[in-house]
Design a protein around this ligand. Structure first.
Ligand code: EPZ
Length: 420
């Protein structure tokens, strides 16, 4: 297993380029199942989760290739298998997004239940509730979801809680349903708006994406997409924290600042100087960060996917910060690792109290999930001495060439490849 070795203390300077959004690309790739023909996607990040999605699509019969310059071509003319197997789904939960498109276009789907996850239970009841409301017959057996429908029918669906994946699933099913679907209490994340844009370009009729009520008028068929993915807001936010924590001065190119309001507000409160321009976002870190209070919430609230990174920053702030995680029940796996680096953090239930220390000290640590992993890398960049982040495969799921990008910005970081 690869590891990252970081010699801390170098401020991030210069420029860094943000890649295409992982969490927008995943549903876009599953949406290719909705229309026969050759789909084109640009600005696709080369990540482990994207490659896993290719594997799922290939199993189903889609011919998908990653070409040069982040371009992907997917020919979905001959979808002839309808099963996403456990071995793939267990490595990436988002594979469940195959369900809606398959049942909408092909009338049947069999997708493994994702099972447990490091950050929480993450049930899929809202996905299934939406598909049932649209008329799919759903059975769970032998660890698989079986879905069948002659043709889905539009329905009013009120989500019991805001869910990004559940909203995407329902949208991808409803676009080919007969009649109108209304999604209430829908997620408002930028990834939802981007999926709506893609589906609309394919011929779907969608109103209200980005608001909590989305109306979809089903159509009989869709055509292939040709779309350039937006930049990854969480990758960009992670670089912002890294610059702020290392007393850096970093221009983050293609940073989707308009989707990062809540993060920018907290970083400014913590003392970072942030300027947006046509080129991107420039972040300058203060001598010492100030403490902040953060509660994660669905968009446009503070994103749970930035919680671990901000906690790393709070660990060296001048005073006590409080973070409340309201989206996932177990998303504090980075805490014991940050404590190994000298952080003073106590967790009670969903609340973490972080008493800032003057500096962190490098240590061997272990990434437990994607965002926990990047938080440890950022902590290592700001720490005194050497940090070794183990289990880098978690980072490779969502950060394209992270060590190369950081090294270009002055970080002393290198990947040590495992033997064998
Ligand atoms: C998406 O996951 C993202 N993943 C996550 O990013 C992100 O943390 C999350 O949204 C929240 O913003 C992708 O886009 C691929 P949810 P998703 O459904 O869709 C509960 C990362 O690091 N829930 O919005 O799975 C669920 O347990 C990842 O890039 C149900 O109870 O998240 C959670 O508590 C990690 N029943 C809450 O809703 C359901 O049927 C929000 O989850 C569905 C969800």
């Amino acid at each position: 297993m690869d590891r990252l070795e970081i010699e801390g203390g170098a401020p991030l300077r210069g420029e860094v380029q943000v890649s295409g959004s992982k969490n927008a690309t995943l549903p876009a790739l599953f949406a290719t199942l909705l229309a026969p023909g050759v789909h084109h996607l640009r600005c696709v990040p080369d990540l482990r989760d994207i490659r896993t999605t290719f594997a799922v699509l290939r199993t189903l019969g889609v011919q998908v290739e990653m070409g040069a310059r982040s371009r992907v071509q997917a020919d979905a003319s001959k979808v002839e298998n309808f099963e996403a197997p456990y071995d793939l789904v267990r490595t990436m939960r988002a594979s469940i997004l195959a369900l809606g498109p398959l049942v909408a276009r092909h009338g049947k789907a069999r997708v493994s239940l994702p099972g447990g996850c490091a950050i929480g239970a993450r049930p899929i009841d809202q996905h299934l509730k939406a598909l049932r409301a649209l008329g799919a017959q759903i059975d769970l057996e032998h660890g698989y979801v079986n879905a069948r429908a002659k043709r889905l029918t539009g329905a009013r669906i009120v989500f019991d809680q805001v869910t990004v994946g559940g909203t995407e699933q329902a949208m991808m099913a409803a676009v080919l349903a007969r009649g109108e679907t209304v999604l209430e209490n829908a997620a408002r994340e930028p990834e939802i708006s981007e999926l709506a844009k893609i589906l609309t370009s394919m011929g779907a009729k969608i109103d209200g994406a980005g608001d909590s009520v989305i109306t979809i008028s089903g159509v009989d068929e869709l055509r292939p997409m040709d779309h350039a993915m937006a930049a990854d807001r969480i990758e960009a936010g992670s670089f912002m924290v890294a610059a702020a924590m290392t007393r850096g001065d970093l221009l983050i190119r293609d940073c989707p600042a308009n989707h990062l309001d809540a993060v920018i507000e907290k970083l400014r409160e913590a003392g970072a100087q942030i300027e947006t321009s046509g080129k991107g976002v420039r972040v300058r870190g203060p001598d010492r960060l100030q403490p902040v209070q953060i509660t994660t919430a669905p968009y446009p609230g503070f994103p749970t996917d930035m919680q671990a990174q901000l906690m790393a920053a709070c660990a060296i702030a001048n005073g006590a910060s409080v973070i409340r995680e309201t989206i996932f029940e177990n998303r504090y796996m980075h805490v014991p690792e940050l404590v190994r680096m000298g952080a003073d953090i106590t967790v009670e239930g969903h609340t973490a109290v972080i008493r800032g220390v003057s500096s962190l000290s490098g240590a061997p640590v272990m990434a437990s999930d994607l965002r926990a992993g990047v938080a440890l890398v950022i902590a290592g960049l700001a720490a005194r001495g050497k940090t070794v982040v183990n289990r880098v495969y978690h980072l490779d799921r969502g950060y394209e060439g992270i060590e190369k990008k950081l090294r270009k910005a002055g970080a002393r970081i290198r990947r040590v490849r495992s033997r064998g």
